[in-house]
Design a protein around this ligand. Structure first.
Ligand SMILES: N[C@@H](CCC(=O)N[C@@H](CS)C(=O)NCC(=O)O)C(=O)O
Length: 232
């Protein structure tokens, strides 16, 4: 059994999609990030970056003590190896997937996250920041669109790279993007959205989210963190 320390957000959905695709048994341990549960000493033992997702695998390949993994990209690699699916074993296929996974981790996710922040949450409008991150996400969508022009999925066959990217394209409008401007990306998006495991993964824990805009308490917890306030 795998414990998934989780809250229903794009980085969490990457992992629920993979777990649903593979059918690996898991149980959700909620980490309410709007109430500061990412700062508790117990969570920091497995998620030292104060961010979910993280997993603890009580039945790791090869046996032995439980293995914990944080960072969604590392978790996807771990689960790909464990399940022997969605991550090729041959060196060419494996790095085809790994480079697009890293592209998502270092590019699309962080830039889209900043676009969300400055477009939705900044207490006062900062046009330079809005413009900078909206344009950068637009460039990254263009990269995906070109990549998908002559193949079905980012690394050719469906893989953990697609599972990593999809949750960050779901809120395209919050990033100031129109999928109609990217026809190959739009076709990929529709194909992803139609996969039953993707639908199930995106639904995990939806009852945990409070409806409506982020409340003031969550804003206080999430924005303005420093080393002093996050040490557990
Ligand atoms: N690079 C990390 C980022 C994870 C991340 O940013 N998680 C967010 C939710 S999507 C979080 O836990 N936020 C809590 C906070 O900002 O305090 C990963 O991919 O796992």
């Amino acid at each position: 059994m795998i414990d998934l320390h989780y809250w229903p957000t794009p980085n969490g959905w990457k992992i629920t999609i993979m777990l649903e695709e593979t059918g690996l048994p898991y149980r959700v341990v909620p980490v309410n990030i709007g109430r500061g549960e990412q700062f508790t000493p117990d969570f920091l033992k497995i998620g030292p970056n104060n961010r979910m997702p993280a997993i603890v695998d009580h039945d790791p390949p090869g046996g032995g003590a439980p293995i914990s993994v944080f960072e969604s990209g590392a978790i996807l690699l771990y689960l790909g190896d464990k399940a022997g699916r969605f991550l090729p074993k041959d060196v060419r296929g494996r790095y085809e997937v790994t480079q697009w996974l890293m592209w998502q981790m270092g590019g699309l996710g962080p830039m889209a996250g900043q676009a969300h922040h400055f477009r939705q949450y900044a207490p006062e409008p900062i046009p330079y920041a809005v413009d900078r991150y909206t344009k950068e996400v637009n460039r990254l969508y263009g990269v995906m669109d070109r990549r998908l022009a002559d193949r079905d999925f980012l690394a050719g066959a469906y893989s953990i790279a697609d599972m990593a990217a999809y949750p960050w394209v779901v809120p395209a409008d919050r990033q100031g993007q129109k999928l109609e401007d990217f026809p190959h990306l739009q076709r990929w998006f529709e194909a992803m959205k139609a996969r039953p495991a993707v639908v199930r993964g995106m639904d995990v824990g939806k009852e945990l989210r409070s409806p409506g805009p982020m409340d003031e308490e969550a804003k206080k917890v999430l924005f303005g963190q420093t080393a002093k306030t996050t040490g557990g």
